[in-house]
Design a protein around this ligand. Structure first.
Ligand code: EPZ
Length: 419
């Protein structure tokens, strides 16, 4: 299993090119199951989760033609696709549950493995199943599989989600595209990745309109060929902006519309970062002294994303003074705290709130990654630690960050990947 060796502290300066968004690519790739015609998806990030989704589509019968740089995929579906999404593939990537909606909408049946939980929480899919059931999907759960079918085409319905859910919103929008009649989804998640999904579907002839957290989908009989370039990854961009703020860095973050991380940039300005933006770039300079922020709270978009919580915790460890972070999306997303304590952090947890003493002097140590975003937080902490840090199980990182060590080396980080 690969590890990282980081020899800190490192000062960081230079340009970073942001890759395509993993969390926009996954629903868009799942939605290609709706298509009879070939469809081309560009700007895919070269990360493990995308490979897993492409392998899942292949296991269902799609032919995938990848460009040489592996950032463009041409997806060609067979006349009669399989509808069995196996546990072996789904267990490695929870986002696989997103094939359920399109398979039932297009083929009126599916046997899809329940994704199971992960370290950050139980991750149930009850909102997905309840919404798809309202659209006409009947299902039983047997041996860990969702065995679903519908009597012909799904039927447009009015549905209000009991809680805001990114995945349930995506599954329902994709399934509604081919339903008979109009679906109105209320209390939707409105993350930029979901808007990217609906832009993609509309570019292929779907009929989707947004108004606040309400999404209206007029079902169509089929979708047309389209070529679509996935949006940039706002969590990767946010991670590098935290890195610059943390390490007195001076970075130019390229290839991202700064508007989609406005909330995060405002928070980093409060911490003392100097930030300028133009339509596709962010210029960020870290302060000599990081200001502490009393109560950071993760929220659904447009709030502070839970996927940046661990990274912001590292920043608050270095801030001058006390701060706190409340994780309001997942029930167990503080695994990075134990590892940060090994580096010298002083953090107390009370339920879903972390109380952080600042002015921490991080000393390099042996560290263990636990989930994708916690792992990148350990990388940030190692960058500003005194001495060498070894980070184990970086396969977590490879799931969502494209060869992050190459991007970090280019901006001055002494980092090495080794077995
Ligand atoms: C998506 O997960 C992202 N994954 C997550 O990113 C992200 O953290 C999360 O949204 C929140 O923004 C992808 O897009 C592939 P939810 P998702 O449904 O869809 C509960 C990363 O690091 N819930 O919005 O699973 C759930 O347990 C990953 O890239 C139910 O109870 O998130 C959680 O507490 C991590 N029942 C809350 O809702 C359901 O049916 C929000 O989950 C669905 C969700």
């Amino acid at each position: 299993m690969d590890k990282f060796l980081i020899d800190g502290p490192c000062s960081i300066k230079g340009k970073v090119l942001i890759s395509g968004s993993k969390n926009a690519s996954l629903p868009i790739l799942a939605a290609t199951l709706l298509f009879d015609q070939p469809v081309i998806i560009k700007n895919l990030p070269r990360v493990k989760d995308i490979n897993t989704m492409l392998n899942l589509l292949k296991s269902l019968g799609s032919k995938i033609i990848l460009s040489k740089d592996k950032k463009t995929a041409k997806v060609i579906n067979k006349k009669n696709m399989k509808t069995f999404a196996s546990y072996s593939l789904v267990k490695t990537m929870r986002g696989s549950i997103l094939v359920l909606g399109p398979l039932v909408a297009k083929y009126f049946k599916s046997k899809t493995s329940l994704p199971g939980g992960c370290l950050i929480g139980a991750r149930p899919v009850n909102y997905h199943l309840a919404a798809l059931k309202k659209l006409g999907m009947n299902y039983v759960i047997k041996d860990g599989y969702i065995i679903a079918k519908s009597k012909g085409r799904l039927k447009g319905r009015k549905i209000k989600f009991p809680k805001i859910s990114v995945g349930a919103t995506e599954n329902s929008i994709i399934a509604s595209c081919l339903a008979k009649g109009t679906t109105i989804l209320k209390n939707c998640a409105i993350e930029p990745e979901i808007k990217d999904l609906t832009n993609f579907l509309n570019s292929a002839g779907a009929n989707i309109i947004w108004s606040g957290r309400t999404c209206k989908i007029k079902g169509v009989n089929s979708l047309n060929h389209t070529e679509y370039s996935v949006m940039s990854d706002r969590i990767e961009a946010g991670t590098f902006c935290v890195a610059a703020t943390l390490a007195k860095g001076n970075l130019e973050i390229k290839n991202l519309n700064p508007q989609i991380i406005k909330t995060e940039l405002n928070l980093l300005k409060k911490a003392g970062a100097k930030i300028k933006t133009d339509n596709n770039k962010i210029f960020i300079k870290g302060p000599d002294k990081i200001k502490s922020i009393k109560n950071i709270k993760t929220k659904e978009f447009p709030g502070i994303p839970t996927d940046l919580q661990a990274q912001l915790m590292v920043l608050m460890c270095k801030a001058a003074g006390k701060s706190s972070i409340t994780e309001s999306i997942f029930e167990n997303r503080f695994m990075h705290v134990a590892e940060l304590r090994r580096l010298g952090a002083k953090i107390n947890i009370k339920n879903n709130k972390a109380f952080i003493d600042g002015n921490t002097k991080f000393i390099g140590a042996e560290l263990m990654s636990s989930d994708l975003r916690a792992s990148v937080a350990l990388v940030l902490a190692a960058i500003i630690s005194n001495g060498k840090s070894h980070i184990n199980r970086i396969y977590h990182l490879d799931r969502g960050y494209e060869r992050i060590e190459n991007k970090l080396k280019k901006i001055g980080v002494r980092i090495k990947r080794y077995k």
